[in-house]
Ligand binder design. Sequence first.
Ligand code: PLP
Length: 371
Amino acid sequence: MSRFARLANPWIALQKPYQPGRPIEEVARELGLGDVAGIVKLASNENALGPSPKAMEAMRAAIPHMHLYPDGGSFYLRQAIAKKYGVSDDMTMLGCGCNEHAVLLAHAFMDKGDEMVVSERSFVVYKLVASLYHCKCVEAPMRGMTHDLDALLAAITPKTKIVVVGNPNNPTGTMVDQAAVDRFVEQVPASVVTVFDEAYMELVEPRDQVDTLRHVKAAKKPIVTLRTFSKAYGLAGLRVGYALAQPDGIDLLNKVRQAFNVNAMAQAAAVAALDDDAHLEATRKMLRDGRKQLMDGMRKLGLDPVESVTNFILFPFKKAAGLTAALTKRKVIVRPMAGFGLPDYVRVSVGTAKENAQFLHALSEALIELK
Ligand SMILES: Cc1ncc(COP(=O)(O)O)c(C=O)c1O
């Protein structure tokens, strides 16, 4: 054990850091390529259409002001979010991606020995964050690849402070519907903060989207809904996400965040992106077509992918690490799911038609190599 590790809080020293998807540049170096051209990254559920054009314009306009600190209260962005959802601007709070909200929620609500309840095959960041705060993360069983909200409720104990429902769920790509969510909210104890992580919700077809804001607005239970600009709006590199909750909940989150947690470029881009419905609709169309292309292609190759409502697809594969490496060699980056506790699964993000075709071609070759 290193000197620093001996000095650290033991639960921090033992923490295994989050393993992000590999950047294209790193893979280019590994493959001995001079640049990233030709490499397809389908590992981090980014928007293959790129940033909203309106956001890019806003960023260009913001460049001359980058010597100034950002607005620490993200005033215009909060106003834009509040207008979009018909809430007051004290019901939203911005973060450095909604990943930051996961940390802020734990910081505000969890203490040593408390419990956080999540589903077993869900976003790994919540599990890591619970251990950062010396808390237990209780993993409720799922029904196959979909949340079992009754199991989540059953896992709640007097020690539970936070229950998280990722909807749609990463990495399975499935979702629970409005009726199930409404029933869950009715039954969840008011002594627990319910977090609906909706990082992927805007990517779902509008008729299937679930409205949790009605429960936030009803104010009967402490509910926090999280959204992000990283996925539907194509701004993952800027790191900006938001929470929606009653003002007293937002007030608490504001107490534990850094003063300038969202940079000025991110704020400018996000305001513009929120107003870009055409980009959002084009993104959904790309995903509709892309999911079909990938599902059909993978099934033809004998794989059994999980039906997804969003921008990634999970599929079982026994030699997941080997497959990932074989695809990387062919300039396609996907995500092995061992870090999410699914060692026999791989997740591929939905790309453009050309990227999906490159993935399917590389996959067909990799499957032969691994036979
Ligand atoms: C379920 C879920 N929640 C939250 C996030 C975090 O998104 P960001 O921090 O980029 O806003 C992700 C990112 O992959 C995710 O999959």
